[in-house]
Ligand binder design. Sequence first.
Ligand code: HEM
Length: 475
Amino acid sequence: MVSFIFSLLPLFFFIMFLIYKTWNQAKHYTKIPSGRMGLPWIGETIGFYRAQRSNQLFENFFQPRINKHGKIFKTKLMGSPTVVVNGAAANKFFMSNEFKLVISSWPTSSVELMGKNSIMEKQGDSHRCLRGIIASTLSPTGLPTMVPRMCRLIRKHLMKNWGQRDEMISLHRSTKVLTFAIVLECLFGIRIDADTMFGVFENVLEGVMAAPINLPGTKFSSAKKARAKIQKALVDEVQKKKEAMEAGGRDEDDAMLLSNLVAALIRGEVTEDEVVDNIVLLVFAAHDTTSYAITMMFKMLANHPDCYTLLLKEHEDIAITKRREEDLTLEDVKKMEYTWQVARETMRLCPPIFGSFRKATADIEFEGFIIPKGWKVLWTAYGTHYNEEYFPDPMSFNPSRFADPVQAYAFIPFGGGPRLCAGYQLAKLNILVFMHYVVTRYDWSLVYPDEPVVMDPLPFPSKGMPIKISPKHGY
Ligand code: HEM
């Protein structure tokens, strides 16, 4: 009898194990955030894209779901179960747990076109190494030499494209072309034919969010061809720089990012592919973001003349201390405090990047919910930027709110944690120096004060934000 009972023991333990597993799974599933998974595979992608296209993601996609399910909700986007998280605590948790619990997650076409060796695909030590090289160029020792370079480039751009007559120009296109030249010349120290290369880079950008189908005639295939052209031009640049550096040649571009990357290449810390892929990535990361921030600042200033008066005074006070073609210094730029408040308030209301996807590398517990391993997490800037808990009267434009400190992880146009925007300092300089030269040299007005913004995949003014300009007396 005893031996019969003993022979049943394995069965008993097996049944107990099954009961425990089922109970544990049930516990897990009850804690997954609520929300709708929509249609099979496609989920709620169509509603998401429709809202994104018309720049109504907050109003038509996030807000209704937050109202119904709470600030952490589930959905399914582009085939992936996704948890959307909102709020400063969630931003802090998911941004600072990069590499530990989550990793950034980009569509296949973006990775193929930016390059598998770009910083956005890197983790751990190789990520840290690349960030260190970028940071060394944008450090307190690198920035003071960058300011005069940027001043000269911006003045040259305005002289060539804005001119001395009353004209109408597309502000968005002008700032895109300018940002492109700034990244290549002022950050990298690369002097390639910017006018021709700009078009080629734009071709690549058109394929970044397209389906990764490499067949003749598809957006992705022409983007791949354009990418190959860029690859060739940049490999030539890298090799020229390497030969010059190995021969001991020194030039004025020595402290710039291309030299710093090539120095790391010579030391064997990075590969040639890493150098090229990261030049491409940085150009793209800067391109639509900075130009959108600048164009929306003009829109906000046009609609808030009191703010414009304050901003203009700040720049006139700086200009009065300068000779006509004298460059600004980093000290001058530091005086542009109100302009930076205007820029931040603009990016709060109109974030150039509305949020970003991560992938859970383990089951994650957060605020009583479980996010299963493999699911996507989407943090959004709207979740805090438009929330009165962090910004009283959130939909009104009030730059002076940034005179006071803001709660950590509530204002996140540049992201946060280890993936905080690596070009933050460059973007800030670009915005402030450009504003200085435009407002001190031109009167301007918007052609379409109510011009709608659309997104594809990043936001931009639908008509390119044309402005009427007229040079001020003396310029
Ligand atoms: C107003 C302008 C800009 C905005 C709003 C912006 C915003 C952002 C945001 C939100 C992220 C984080 C993305 C994530 O967490 O997945 C990011 C990352 C990044 N940004 Fe920017 N950016 C701007 C300009 C620039 C510029 C000028 C550069 C360089 C020239 C740049 C280079 C990068 C890079 C390399 C990363 C990836 C960092 C990493 O993965 O470690 N950005 N940016």
